[in-house]
Design a binder for this molecule. Sequence first.
Ligand code: GUN
Length: 295
Amino acid sequence: MTAQRLDGKACAAEVEADLTLRVAALKKSGIEPHLAVIIVGDDPASHVYVNSKVKTCERLGIRSTHIALPASTEEAVLRDHIATMNHQADLHGILIQSPLPSHMDEEALTDLIHPSKDVDGFHPQNLGRLVQGRTDGMLPCTPSGVMRMLDWAGLELTGKRAVVLGRSRIVGMPAALLLAAKGADATVTVAHSRTQDLQALAAQADVIVAAVGRPEMVKADWVKPGAVVVDVGINRVDDPTRDRGWRLAGDVSPEVEDVAGWLSPVPGGVGPMTIAMLMENTVRAAEHRRSEQGE
Ligand code: GUN
């Protein structure tokens, strides 16, 4: 069997086409959606992601403000930026690229972003809504992108056994909540570094969401034939055969393609969906602003 491709790039293109229309409608009513992206430090992969977010904004007609700060920046500087942006009426979304340097308290800083501008969906109020089963608010971009892609591929989750590998605040936990939420209705197990017999657990799953950040950890014999496998990993691994000396690897081994029914590629799977959902959250924040203004 060769798995069908969960084509995040194609799905993201459809999301973008819809967003282009919504951006045009917003602009007609005098609102230009506007996203601020703050990055601290010089992690090359993070800079690539941020540049990609800024470029996507340009493509969709969304205004972006890109703030790059040195790794030595004091946390108070970031707090000041957030406080200013929270009050900036013409700014609809604030994103702080993770990870931050170790001297900063990432969660405490996320708490300072006004929930209505929290386009990452990481604020306790937005995550709390998700725990309550309210899936109509600002949802974390990677997990909501995974759900959108599964829906787009026409994959039914009701009653299916889903195993989420990883329990992070950014991906694993919110992905588990979305899979278990009313409407998706999967039966979800969250596995993590202390889980015993992970392979046997994964092998029972109808759906595997791999979000552990370990290159090619999920092997073919971890996967039930025909299962849906979503690869959230983006790992740089050394590869002397490449000019740049590295290649991108997901959390899923390439040979899983011979066993799975569906598999998301890396790159071109979850990555483009994450950005598309960020754009959608920004547009939605701007639309809310418009309805608040009674237009
Ligand atoms: N770093 C890796 N993924 C993400 C994400 O979805 N949002 C932010 N802000 N940082 C990230």
